[in-house]
Ligand binder design. Structure first.
Ligand SMILES: *Cc1c(COP(=O)(O)O)cnc(C)c1O
Length: 359
């Protein structure tokens, strides 16, 4: 083969998505991709149905209506919002625009897989720093910065650990970075945290802090692929140069617009998640399966060993419960379990109990 890709591309490991089915088991619940068990707001589904009549029309290129709704709900300047095909696309825009060969992109040892993939796709080098018992370690990040570091990604709260660091720590990180190095706060789970501004106050007065958000998690719109970013106007203008003009489809724009405005629905999802998250964590705790306090819509269950995690995963699967093995995130002894509805949580607790009784 003489057609060869750019250097580094073939070193990218393929992204492993959460499984969705188990052969021979009928009543399957997918708890492997942190999806909202209640689905999107009914208003978002209605908006998609209404858009079905005009699919021949190209969508808006500037996404004004959606950016204005986001601005209104979150109290942000719509001019500083950019919308993408999931926040994944925003992450890749950041890497393409700001990191290339010879540059370094920093993230933590249990950080989200797309940081690595996007950094490599852009030709940059990704550098991983340790965490402190599954919590982002600001000192380790600051020590990891070199003159080549251009981007620092943290998800706060983080996936797959579920833990977060407080505003003082994020501020310390922002303050400690060189001015030519951008801090990216990935707020994919921010809506699950009560009273959390996702780090927006830290962005005020700083021109090297950026935020990414998504409609895939609490808004239940993962299937439509919509995310957004917020940052200094200059960075937004830069990213818009590499954004495809019609990156978001009309149904996606309509759904996101309806979803972000249905704040009552979002709040009900947050409360239901918090309730069953603490219930499930407590039930598993009683069975000798600990987890760190999670701020997200999943818990990271720690089994006694990688072998036990594999066996428990297989047992859950045989019961139609698909959870996520996270060995690829350097957590081979853990299972990440999405918080489903009440019935799903009860099924998980029961199955782990049986597994522990057997094992
Ligand atoms: C799910 C997730 C995302 C985003 O996904 P999109 O569907 O592309 O918006 C981003 N970051 C983290 C940490 C996630 O868990």
């Amino acid at each position: 083969m003489t057609i060869t890709p750019q250097q580094g591309i073939m070193e990218i490991a393929l992204y492993q998505g959460g499984a969705a089915s188990v052969e021979g088991v009928a009543d399957v619940v997918k708890l492997s991709s942190n999806e909202n068990p209640f689905g999107p707001s009914p208003r978002a589904s209605d908006a998609v149905r209404q858009s079905a009549g005009s699919l021949h029309l190209y969508p808006s290129t500037q996404h004004e209506r959606l950016r204005e709704a986001i601005g209104e709900v979150h109290g942000l300047d719509p001019q500083r919002v950019i919308c993408g095909v999931g926040s994944d696309e925003i992450i890749s825009f950041l890497c393409y625009a700001y990191a290339g060969p010879g540059d370094e992109v920093l993230h933590t040892e249990h950080g989200f897989g797309m940081y690595k993939i996007s950094a490599r796709a852009a030709g940059a080098t990704h550098v991983e720093v340790r965490e402190n018992n599954r919590v982002t370690d600001v000192d380790a990040l600051l020590e990891g910065v070199t003159e080549r570091t251009r981007l620092v990604f943290i998800a706060n709260p983080n996936n797959p650990t579920g833990t977060m660091i407080d505003e003082t720590e994020v501020t310390r990180l922002a303050d400690g970075l060189p001015e030519n190095c951008m801090l990216v706060l990935d707020g994919a789970y921010a809506e699950y945290v009560e009273g959390f501004d996702a780090g927006l106050s830290i962005m005020e007065g700083r021109d090297n802090v950026f935020m990414t958000r998504t409609f895939s998690k609490i808004y239940g719109l993962g299937g439509l692929r919509i995310g957004w970013g917020y940052g200094p106007k200059e960075i937004i203008d830069t990213l818009n140069r590499i954004r495809g003009p019609f990156n978001l489809s009309a149904p996606a724009l309509a759904a996101a617009h309806a979803a972000v405005r249905d704040t009552g629905y979002t709040e009900r999802c947050r409360l239901e998640n918090a309730k069953w998250r603490s219930w499930l964590a407590a039930e598993l705790g009683k069975l000798g399966v600990p987890s760190d306090p999670s701020e997200c819509n999943f818990i990271l269950a720690r089994m006694a060993s990688p072998e036990e995690a594999i066996a428990c995963d297989a047992y859950l699967k045989s019961k139609g419960l698909i959870v996520r093995m996270v060995a690829g995130y350097n957590l081979p002894e853990c299972l990440r379990i999405t918080i489903g509805d009440e019935q799903a949580c009860r099924r998980v607790a029961q199955a782990v109990k049986e597994f522990k009784g057997r094992g």
